[in-house]
Design a protein. Structure first.
Length: 146
């Protein structure tokens, strides 16, 4: 490709096989668009929970540590958590009384760093309690309906 602008010349030479980033022709562009990853979850998206940036790690903010704190979804729904807080958190299934936790092994995100997400697909109906392992006062609940 050559470009001319007010007496300046630019030349870009691309070599190699077609791929999703560098491609030639309409077929390649169509394939690249088809292989484009889904947009990441954002706050406000349906089936998305937010760990807000206002200090969810602080016990004084336990009532707003997950937003919303409870959610109801249909079987087969994927729920995504977004960590916008200043520290890492976990999304661990099981019960917590605010100080003592009892994981049940249904799901566990591991460390979700600031700006990262975690998702879980709920394939069976029921009520699923969850908490943050290092911050056990962060408690949420997903109700899955059949």
């Amino acid at each position: 490709m050559q470009t001319f602008y007010m007496g300046c010349i630019g030349l870009v030479v691309v070599t190699g096989d077609d791929n999703a980033i560098l491609t030639v022709g309409d077929d390649g562009l169509s394939a690249a668009a088809h292989d484009e990853p889904a947009a990441p979850a954002r706050a406000g998206d349906p089936n998305t929970l937010l760990i807000p940036p206002a200090g969810a790690y602080d016990p004084a903010n336990a009532d707003t540590a997950y937003s919303p704190q409870a959610m109801s979804v249909a079987v087969g729904t994927t729920v995504t958590w977004i960590n916008e807080d200043l520290v890492f958190h976990t999304i661990t299934s099981g019960s917590s009384n605010g100080t003592t936790v009892t994981p049940n092994g249904e799901f566990d995100s591991g460390e979700v760093q600031t700006g990262e997400t975690d998702a879980h697909t709920f394939d069976t109906p029921g009520t699923f309690d969850y908490y943050c392992n290092p911050h056990p006062w962060m408690i949420g609940q997903i109700e899955v309906t059949g």
